[in-house]
Design a protein around this ligand. Structure first.
Ligand SMILES: Cc1ncc(C[n+]2csc(CCOP(=O)(O)OP(=O)(O)O)c2C)c(N)n1
Ligand SMILES: CC(=O)[C@@H](O)[C@H](O)COP(=O)(O)O
Ligand SMILES: [Mg+2]
Length: 632
């Protein structure tokens, strides 16, 4: 039996000797590589925290002590240590362990939200609760150097530093990268600390020397020890943490189990807020990850054992956007691009390569990204801010009050809109249409294929009197879906020659799903007109006339139902006093567990078969008359 097989919980870990721990770390690395190559996932980040996680669970007593992982994508080792090794056979799949902490999975898991920069706020709150309950529990945050570029971290630090008696342990997992190298002044500060390896060791060495120097050694040591704090600050680089009043321990080699345990024990005993600065390497122990030129396998798809590379996928929505924006950049010098630490994965890399002085990486700081964009727009630029749909939530007030209130020409490109899949409930892009529908003056497009993405992106960056947004799904771009005719700004995708009772309005990537449903319904004798509104906020008025010419309107969208497109179109028809019944099919307003995109869509009833079945039910209830008004 391997040590990994004998590991059923943190207690087993605490009984292991140094040699066993080193062996266990190797077995865990082999296990991670094997499982993640098969299922996909965050291989790089988790290989980087093997020793750190083992040390954390040996020094602290989870779940009595709360260990909170920021983002949570680096919690695989934590899951292995807390008895969930078997669940990795179906990592990020239904029935297997999630790729992030899940409270229902284990009492050792505290935070499920994968949005970055929250861990310090959680441990601030937890430590206050532990202090009030007086049971001496520790609140420990594991926060990456990337997450530390998020504003919430500094809001939390401002509070944590104000309470010198509150035992908060902040473990900075510093591997120098988010996806790509972490940017900004703070990242440079951390780097300067990394470059002062073990000035603690230097101080300890001086102490040993003096204590062994006869006669004069001890008095000199005593004098220096009394002045240690001043000496240390003089020797150590200017440190933000200590200037904030936080005890700083480090930098510590994040792959040295002994050093890590020593630092964490000191932090645990300190009795106040303390930062342990662990220097780690993303992908550590696996050269294909360490040397991975783009992002050190921050997130890898399943790897083909034949080629040793991720399995090829179709052309992505992101790549279509990337190419078109780069072309636009050559035509429009005012167009600039902003990323929140996700240059490649949001498709801005090509633009950045072609226009090196017209793009900005602001760190994991979506709020700052949007308001900075408002500033760029006020200065005469047209910023394109590319973020994943779910992360726009973070910057809603900035969009509403810093961009839209000032009618600034900022374009948001929302990748991963709709159900994403393996990254679970906090990653599905199901909130953007509900949020954007509240923003006065914004115009939002939902392209259905590559051609409409190109067209609607150009239309968006041509708008100069207010914000615009585009939303498209994760993964491979939909096959081209041609229009058979236009009705104003609306594309008609299917129009039965013998008329139709049902108007099916399919939003964005769901155009193809709408057409497939219409074919199923035609086989059952139900006539369906399928249209793509293209611009979905505000709902286009051309849909009013189309609705009047049918007996039932059905909308289908890859977005949350509450405040979605269906809700908006129902309001438009109501205001136009059109009393054709409308039924809206959308993502149920709940948190949806991980699975593949297809599995989750099937789970929530958004397949062509589901749509056809629901429309059949609704069409069957249509009264015999009145006949629809003739098309205008
Ligand atoms: C608000 C928000 N924006 C973007 C992301 C996407 N994201 C996931 S992990 C990551 C990088 C995190 O870097 P770091 O905190 O240094 O952790 P590491 O991967 O290096 O362990 C990013 C940008 C996110 N999870 N949350
Ligand atoms: C943890 C995180 O926010 C991302 O790394 C997430 O896994 C999205 O990955 P995709 O880029 O594959 O959608
Ligand atoms: Mg990092």
């Amino acid at each position: 039996m391997t040590l990994l097989e004998s590991l059923h919980g943190p207690a087993d870990l605490k009984r292991m000797g140094q040699g066993q721990l080193e062996q266990l770390a190797g077995e865990i690395r082999d296990f991670l590589i094997d499982r993640v190559r098969r299922s996909g996932g965050h291989l790089g980040p988790n290989l980087g925290v093997v020793e750190l996680t083992l040390a954390l669970h040996r020094v602290f007593d989870s779940p009595r002590d709360a260990i909170v992982f920021d983002v949570g994508h680096q919690s695989y080792v934590h899951k292995i240590v807390t008895g969930r090794r078997e669940g990795f056979d179906l990592l990020r799949q239904p029935g297997g362990v999630a790729g992030y902490p899940i409270r229902a999975e284990s009492e050792h898991d505290f935070v499920e939200n994968s949005h970055a920069s929250t861990a310090l706020s959680y441990v601030d709150g937890l430590s206050k609760a532990f202090e009030l309950s007086g049971d001496g529990r520790h609140a420990v945050a594991v926060v990456g150097d990337g997450a530390l570029t998020g504003g919430m971290c500094w809001e939390a630090l401002n509070n944590i530093a104000a309470e010198p008696g509150r035992p908060v342990v902040i473990v900075v997992n510093d591997n120098g990268r988010s996806y790509s190298p972490t940017i900004g002044g703070f990242a440079e500060h951390l780097a300067s600390l990394r470059l002062q390896p073990g000035y603690e060791r230097m101080l300890d060495g001086g102490k040993e020397l003096l204590l062994h120097t006869p006669v004069v050694g001890r008095p000199i040591y005593a004098a220096l020890h009394a002045a240690k704090a001043g000496i240390k600050d003089a020797l150590s680089p200017q440190m933000m943490f200590s200037d904030l009043g936080l005890k700083y321990l480090g930098p510590v080699d994040g792959h040295d189990l002994v050093a890590l345990e020593k630092a964490l024990q000191a932090a645990k005993a300190f009795g106040g807020p303390v930062v342990v600065h662990a220097v780690t390497e993303k992908g550590h122990g696996y050269p294909p990850a360490v040397n991975h030129e783009a992002d050190q396998m921050h997130q890898t798809d399943p790897i083909d054992p034949e080629t040793g590379l991720p399995k090829p996928k179709g052309r992505s929505w992101t790549s279509v956007f990337a190419d078109e924006l780069a072309k636009i950049g050559g035509e429009r010098r005012d167009v600039v691009a902003i990323t929140a630490a996700m240059l490649r994965s949001t498709g801005l890399e090509k633009f950045a390569e072609r226009f090196p002085d017209r793009w900005y990486d602001v760190g994991i700081a979506e709020q700052h990204a949007v308001t900075s964009a408002a500033g760029l727009a006020m200065g005469g630029m047209h910023p394109v801010v590319a973020v994943y749909s779910t992360f726009l939530n973070r910057a809603f007030d900035q969009l509403l009050m810093d961009v839209a209130l000032h009618r600034q020409p900022v374009t948001l490109v929302l990748d991963r809109a709709g159900i994403t899949g393996p990254d679970g409930p906090s990653h599905h892009g199901m909130w953007d249409l509900s949020l954007l529908g509240m923003v006065p003056g914004i115009r939002v497009a939902a392209p259905r294929d590559a051609e409409t993405l190109r067209e609607e992106l150009r239309e968006a960056v041509a708008v100069s009197d207010g914000p615009t947004a585009l939303r498209f799904s994760k993964g491979s771009v939909a096959d081209s879906v041609p229009a058979v005719e236009r009705a104003g700004v609306v594309d008609v995708l299917r129009k039965p020659s013998d008329g139709a009772d049902v108007l099916l309005v399919a939003v964005g990537a769901f155009a193809k799903l709408g057409l497939e449903a219409a074919e199923r319904l035609a086989d059952q004798g139900v006539g369906v007109t399928v249209v793509d509104p293209r611009w979905v906020v505000p709902a286009p008025r051309d849909l009013v006339a189309l609705a009047k010419a049918h007996r039932l309107v059905v909308t289908v969208e890859d977005s949350g139902r509450h405040g979605g497109f269906g809700t908006a179109l129902a309001a438009l028809l109501r205001d136009a006093e059109v009393d054709v019944p409308l039924r809206d099919l959308a993502v149920p307003q709940q948190f949806h567990e991980h699975g593949s995109r297809e599995e989750v869509l099937a789970r929530v009833g958004l397949t062509a078969q589901d749509v056809a079945r629901r429309v059949t039910e609704w069409a069957a209830n249509l009264v015999a008359d009145p006949q629809p008004e003739p098309a205008e």
